[in-house]
Design a protein. Sequence first.
Length: 304
Amino acid sequence: MLQEVFYWIFNMSITSAVTGLLVMLIRLIKKLPKRLTVFLWLIPFFRMTVPFGLNSPYSLMSLLSKITTKTITVYQPAEEVTFSMTNFVMAANSYFPITYKVNILEGVFGAASVVWIIVYLAILLMLTVVYFTTLYEIKDSARLRDNIYLSDKIMSPSVYGIIKPKIILPLSYKDKDIELIVLHEKTHIRRADNLWRVLAHIIVAAHWFNPLCWIFLKLFLADIEHSCDERVLVKIGDDRAKEYALSLLESKQSSTVFASAFGGAKIRTRIENILSFRKMTWFSLTVFIALILAIFYVLLTNAG
């Protein structure tokens, strides 16, 4: 059973790598708003998590199937509706259960599956320790107001926790104007960004052997910050963009695993994006959303 799980995890990892590389290229288009393109990262993360998908002749996998992939039908409720799994490895003769083309492959995947689960569980244990250690470090923070706290143990404003998130500010921020900083952190809370951070780490941990998945995770976390910046700018208006950029410039670069930090991601890049930000018209927004949905359809469907 474990061997079969790893076989499909390995295939899913290759599929997510292909779709993730395309998302990386798409995100380089500067005119695309980050608050929309951040959703594109759902595609490789979905591919890392769900082994099957709906078939379509317009799928990217339909193109790749002519070169290297094989489609394994899982469920066909109707003649024109088929759910399948994409198989890049193509090392088996049958799949439920898996029988390999060469006997040695069974031993290889059997040994690899044991190594995979041991490392995966070790990473999950490490992430759990980091999560609760982080919460323990800020447990003695002093309440400023509402869910805003002060602590001398952090360098940059951050949101900690998932169920009852708290905005933790460095002690030096006690007498500063924190309006825009708090607005940024409340945007993280409203979008449940800490939950997405945790889920992303758990998913990527299952693909620890694939370096591209870790790169996707890093870019996804950076785009979360860019997206949050844009949503704040939409709310406060272009005329306060310089003020917002200045408040970010005054914060220190901070790297936290499970907390959304105001100083997270590359500050220079974020400031450049903030200062070049322009609000979209409803027409532009509609076009961009249609484009994002089309990309979802092409990259999430399987060869049909």
